[in-house]
Design a protein. Structure first.
Lengths: 295, 313
């Protein structure tokens, strides 16, 4: 604040000075706000990681201690041995990849139909399609359970996957993507004698790869994390995904207040997706951003 | 479909016939492309809605061992169940207390992060990472944090001068507050992205024009950013509200609806009645109630979407 009290300065400079002091203050507020928010947001993750490496006695001794003197990696091997996490891992991978594989077929076909093919009242049909955005398979668990039960698919991985094979969000994203493509290429292919299906598969589909990738990221992270529906449909470890396995593990561990074991198990469950997210942060954020709501 | 159109008895030009058959072929093509996804949508979205309505009008009869039509009995049972109203009011409180702060905060974060900020990537990461965690696993961590003896929250609050000797997840008003906090923490970064996308879509020339006019930052925010973001805000708000009526993972992991139903919410109520008490009729009636809420939300959403698209043209 060198210029303060300097009578020789004109009014304009003084107002400029005021403006710059104000922008400094605003900047300080901005960074303080952001930093506090970041600390609060990160707190659960920090405590999860810190506790997962602690000795049980240390957890009881001092809840503030972030770093432990003797890092206990045994927590992880112990947690791994208490529950069949490798089987759960396999189930989660099969379920989320299986859902994605079928979804990619159904959404690209439907998205292409809505973008390119002719049908009376196509737009009204599309709106009906989008109902699934709001009335998600999550909210229809009761009738879906009856359906899966009557198909004799309870406690199977296929039973967990089936309700998600169609995706309104995916169809929406694919339709938008196909609509931005120029029509000429496809018309040329059709004139050259390609069938619609060939045109779709060989000309249009390769051009919407970015959208397919964006949707894949969203779909896998959603179904990797899915909990309630699989909890209801699965009954044994042969079909149970990680999230449900963790909840069952927690019921046993929480009773004995084995927090460090429980946090180690939680870390085992969330680590793969968290790591993939940290590495491909930009792709994750871009695909979540591109997922719609923009109209 | 149009197959039943009687062909004119008089001479139909072959051209016309040709066009009609081409049109017919196009429609069949459309349906074939739609078939795979339509099959699963019908099986797991549309039929379930219909089935819930039907089941909500039926009741299992122990004597004859079959379902019997009972009219609106399940609905009158539902509407006279105090637990149902408790679940509805909890859900409303949860919706209002998560949606409003989440929207306000995520909008604020988006506006700040859209300016020139150092360590922008770090801040964005710290806000967004909860979105890629499973709600069930994240809730487990929060159960630990809220633990009155070993959790950090009570200890940290005490050190800051707020003695809260609450057993968060086992005491009535606190348990719902805990679930609301988790709800905000989990989704604030997710909704921030939609605002960021919206902000990046604003035409920069508007700000340049305002600069020429000598507008301050505040002016620009009030007269350009805020009005242009209003439609996005409404739409994010509806999506967030609709999602909050389907919240269930954290309820199941953190409190199981307790203590004394103080955190019971619609989806969990449906689960309890449908799967724990095997009262399918009552659970179906509650499902229909939930669908009605979701459909109203969807209706408002598409109306706004239509308006927004027209507005942007």
């Amino acid at each position: 604040m060198r210029g303060e009290g300097d009578m020789g300065r004109n009014a304009k400079a003084a107002s400029k000075q005021r403006a710059s002091t104000r922008s400094v203050v605003i900047n300080v507020i901005k960074y303080v706000f952001l930093s506090i928010s970041a600390i609060l947001m990160l707190m659960p993750l920090v405590w999860l990681v810190a506790t997962a490496f602690k000795d049980q006695a240390e957890v009881f001794a001092n809840p503030f201690a972030l770093f432990t003197k003797n890092i206990r990696l045994e927590n992880f091997s112990e947690a791994w041995s208490y529950a069949p996490f490798s089987q759960y891992y396999l189930n989660t991978i099969v379920i989320s990849v299986g859902i994605l594989a079928v979804q990619l077929v159904t959404i690209s076909l439907a998205g292409y139909a809505f973008a390119r093919l002719k049908f009376p009242n196509k737009d009204a049909l599309f709106v009906i399609y989008l109902t699934q955005l709001m009335i998600t398979p999550q909210s229809t668990i009761l009738p879906n359970y009856m359906t899966i039960s009557s198909m004799h698919l309870l406690d199977t991985k296929l039973g967990v996957m089936l309700p998600y094979f169609a995706s309104a969000l995916g169809t929406f994203m694919m339709r938008q993507a196909f609509m931005t493509l120029p029509k000429d290429l496809e018309d040329a292919a059709l004139i050259d004698g390609c069938t619609r299906l060939q045109t779709f598969r060989l000309v249009a589909l390769p051009l919407v790869k970015p959208t397919l990738i964006a949707f894949s990221i969203m779909s896998v992270s959603f179904h990797w994390n899915e909990f309630f529906w699989p909890m209801i449909v699965t009954e044994s470890q042969k079909s149970r995904p990680l999230t449900v396995g963790l909840a069952i593990f927690a019921q046993q561990a929480e009773g004995g207040a084995q927090w460090s074991l429980l946090m180690a198990a939680t870390l085992i469950v969330i680590l793969p997706l968290l790591l993939v997210f940290l590495i491909f942060q930009r792709q994750f954020i871009e695909s979540f951003m591109s997922s719609g709501l923009k109209g | 479909m149009r197959l039943a159109v009687p062909s004119n008895s008089c001479v139909v030009t072959s051209k016309k016939q040709n066009r009609r058959s081409r049109e017919f072929k196009a429609h069949v093509e459309f349906l074939l492309f739609l078939l795979p996804s339509l099959l699963f949508l019908v099986l797991f979205t549309y039929l379930p809605i219909v089935r819930s309505v039907v089941e909500s009008l039926m009741s299992y009869d122990v004597g004859s061992r079959c379902n019997r039509f009972v009219g609106f009995m399940n609905y009158s049972d539902l509407f006279s169940d105090p637990v149902f109203w408790k679940a509805v009011s909890n859900n409303l409180v949860y919706a209002v207390c998560t949606v409003i702060p989440t929207i306000a905060l995520s909008f604020l974060f988006a506006v700040i992060l859209n300016t020139n900020v150092k360590f922008q990537g770090f801040y964005r990461l710290s806000l967004f990472y909860p979105s890629v965690l499973p709600m069930a696993a994240a809730s487990m961590v929060w159960v630990f944090l809220f633990n009155p003896a070993y959790g950090i929250i009570n200890h940290a609050l005490a050190r800051l001068g707020f003695e809260v000797n609450a057993d968060w997840l086992n005491e009535a008003p606190y348990a719902l507050v805990a679930i609301i906090i988790v709800g905000i923490w989990k989704y604030v970064g997710y909704y921030m992205l939609f605002f960021l996308a919206g902000l990046q879509g604003i035409d920069n020339s508007l700000y340049e024009a305002a600069d020429i006019e000598g507008a301050t930052k505040w002016d620009k925010f009030c007269h350009i950013t805020f009005p242009l973001m209003t439609p996005t805000t409404f739409m994010v708000g509806i999506v967030a509200a609709v999602n909050s009526f389907q919240a269930v993972d954290q309820v199941h992991v953190m409190t199981r609806g307790g203590p004394f139903n103080s955190t019971n919410m619609l989806m969990y109520y449906i689960y309890q009645n449908g799967f724990l008490y095997w009262n399918t009729g009552l659970a179906s009636a509650a499902s229909v109630f939930l669908f009605a809420i979701l459909l109203i939300g969807t209706g408002i959403y598409f109306t706004l979407l239509n308006k927004k698209i027209q507005y942007e043209r």
